[in-house]
Design a protein around this ligand. Sequence first.
Ligand SMILES: Cc1cc2nc3c(=O)[nH]c(=O)nc-3n(C[C@H](O)[C@H](O)[C@H](O)COP(=O)(O)OP(=O)(O)OC[C@H]3O[C@@H](n4cnc5c(N)ncnc54)[C@H](O)[C@@H]3O)c2cc1C
Length: 457
Amino acid sequence: MTERATLLAEKLTAVLGDSGRVLTSPATVARLSRDFYWYSPVLKRELETKVGDVVVQPVSVEEVRATLQLCYQLQVPVTVRGAGTGNYGQAIPLAGGVVLDLALMDRIEAITPEGVAVCQPGVRLGALENEARTQGWELRCYPSTVAKASVGGFLGGGSGGIGSVAHGGLRDFNTVRALEVVTMEPEPRVVRHEGEAVHEILHAWGSNGIITRIWLALVPAVEWAQCVVAFPSFAAAFDFSESIATDEHWQKRLVTTFEAPIASYFQPIRTYVAANESNIFFLIAHAQLDALRSAAEAVGGHVVYGAAYAGLRATPLLSDYTWNHTTLWAIKHDASWTYLQCGFDPATVREQFARLKARYGEDFLLHIEFMKSGSGVVIPGAIPLVRFTTEERLNEMIDFCRSIGVSVANPHVNNVEGGGRYRQDHVQFLAKRRYDPRNLLNPGKMISYQPEEGSVA
Ligand SMILES: Cc1cc2nc3c(=O)[nH]c(=O)nc-3n(C[C@H](O)[C@H](O)[C@H](O)COP(=O)(O)OP(=O)(O)OC[C@H]3O[C@@H](n4cnc5c(N)ncnc54)[C@H](O)[C@@H]3O)c2cc1C
């Protein structure tokens, strides 16, 4: 243990009491300083040696405040962590200090009659989805890491996922109704943000406040079915998936289209996919399953699997292979795969596909996730698999995408601004100036912020 770790542990224990919630074992601290940054070969190289000094596991907002107050006095950085499933090294402390692990703040306080969940940040999204469904509600959108990921981590670092085809991303349609944050000041305050003001905190990677309470809007629960439809060509699969995704008549929660041979990488569900074809994974209203089957067959597709959805414990659980889980299965198959996060133009998407395939061929495999934008238009988002050779080539691919009008949220950078969700009206930056003037919260992640003199760089 380093000298700083010993000193910090002593002082934090004085604040939290001898509760066993100040963790100092180097192996534990190293484990809780990690996320899934290693999906990016670039971030793997940059971040693998970064580690905190100690981990603190508060159980209440008072303990969060006390921890921040002490760390402010000592000028020690604090990096907040939910479940550590983020992809961009978001929760990796760059300057050591305290890892604030909120996993024990996991209480669902209420699900209101209007369908708003009120909860602490450490609640797992899967637990919230299960509880909501027992009361006739469900999450509007969730990441494919739903079983493990926390609500606070989703707000701090996530963007959308299953459900986004109907309800947009986390930031759209007033899904996050309100939140409370604890500030990093001599006397930390609890500040409530509601309505538009939630955007000051969302996707700021815990760099401008610690979210301690959340009001999340739900939607009425639906009886879903899971379905896999395969087509001999990607063009036919894309046309069909687009027709379902963009037509309001179809009630859906997931429309994911995989160019061949991506589905062949999904080892545990090989019998549920057509390994040599382009596959589409759907979560569709159970009442529409037969109609979907007929519609697919009418345009040359065939249903490989279709059955009622039994919730997050379903086997198979198709969502476990969508969104960024697709990348995980690809990396398991062949470690040279990595990924990009793209947005295509609905008007020219086929031409954009053609140009990418002409240039990169089998080194760029299309994985499409349809998503409703804030303006209500369903757009073909994508998490394509890209073959990694060098960082230069990866950057060239990003540049080429942008040159043909394909937007890229770069998952190979470790800062809020570079990742594609930074607000151009700088509201996250302005909140940092108010709530963390000394740049002690996850320092190094909001790179445009110039800390006050004497602060952590
Ligand atoms: C296989 C795989 C698939 C994924 N699929 C998706 C997907 O479909 N959609 C998607 O959006 N993401 C996806 N992700 C990324 C990630 O799983 C989600 O964003 C998830 O919601 C993060 O939750 P977490 O609890 O693990 O957060 P963490 O990784 O612990 O934290 C994420 C960020 O939020 C900050 N943070 C955590 N808690 C708080 C808090 N209380 N207050 C302020 N800031 C906080 C952290 O400091 C960090 O910067 C995927 C990742 C993997 C590995």
